[in-house]
Design a protein around this ligand. Sequence first.
Ligand code: DC
Length: 441
Amino acid sequence: MIIAIDGPSGTGKSTVAKGVAKELRFTFFDTGAMYRSLAWWLLSTNVDLDDEDAVAQTLDNFHYEIKSEGQERKYIVNGEDVTHAIRTHEISAAASKIAIYPDVRHTIVKIQRQFGLHGSAVFEGRDMGTVVFPKAEVKIFLTATPECRAKRRYLELVQKFPDQKETFSLSQILQDIQERDEKDTTRAISPLKQASDALLIDTSHLTAEQVIQKITTLAKSKLPNPRRKHFFYFLIYWAARIYFKLFFRLKIHGLEHFRSGAAVIAANHASNLDPPVVSISCPEEVHFLAKDSLFRKPLLGALIRRLNSHPVARDAADAHTFRLILNLLQNGQKIILFPEGQRTENGELQPIERGLPFLVIKARCAIQPVYVQGTFEAWPRGKPLPKFSGKITCVFGSPIEWVEFDHLEKREAEKKIIERMGTTFRALKEWLESGAQGSPP
Ligand code: DC
């Protein structure tokens, strides 16, 4: 699902978009930051902003990266962190100026649409609902009186740069806002305007929390309920949960991290109990792979098929399985994979293989990490059956979003995903072993 939030500056767009993304566990994109970052790059390379051709010629050299740390974003332009530098008055005016150039818009819109392929996201900007994502499932247009917006911007600036308080003037900000509105609404290409099917919300007399609630309620009413399981799945899900709770005191941590929409659920692999343990720990229906020989066993075959298990001949990288996984992800579903490939021999974590990065790079999807502890002891290798007691724990970590890797070359992305997955498993293990305090990393 894409949620497009448009409107002029000072309507609370960023706060609201971030809040909605947090509430729904969607990815968040501030598209104004892209125009600002480009403006910063042009100013720092002394390009004349009035010279449309000169601006267009620099576009190929503009390398934009977003680094995410939870809800926080860092914007990197050609290797330099510009997160704070792009919030100045000078950059606001420059961004508005260059945003009227068709070549600029074309380049930036292309990048935004690519980000939009990753699944569930909130995009905030000026033309999200009208131009970039005309088919967005939820479209919002925020407004507020210019006076109210100027006051908000003033307070925001004072909070961000308290030592420069004296240099900010409310009337100057109001004038800037009015000028910028004029520019943004009257430009020929992608002017700021409400999409005909967008919901208009005047935020002048609403708190950010009230606006966030309005939008999340609307979005939730349009989302298919992933937590509604089909009857058979529901039945087995609860039977298995009771079994693992009774015999293995199953404990689940970090469900607050469980993201909406498509993702690979990546778990460490210690035993044959991992697929059922991870599946029943997830709050929604998930898919997994199983050896095709299991599907030929009369009762077991029928059972696992109805539990969203898919036959795999060799490994997740064979062409048929690969297509199947991509299809599932494109339909917004989740699939459990074990990036270490084989089960562990000694109960320890193992190196991450190349299958996971290969798939994540192709599908440009998020990874939902999960660390499982206790299954190795519950069903030791070589034993025909699991034990009848033990302690199993499942820990969900913060999702690893595709934006982290989007700017990287394929080989570099592969390396980074492997590295990131390895450190995440180790961090979750450490969190658990050091007493499981607070929320998992
Ligand atoms: O939202 P903001 O103030 O950070 O945006 C900075 C400028 O970028 C704004 O004046 C207009 C431009 N912009 C745009 O033209 N289209 C967008 N989707 C986002 C911002």
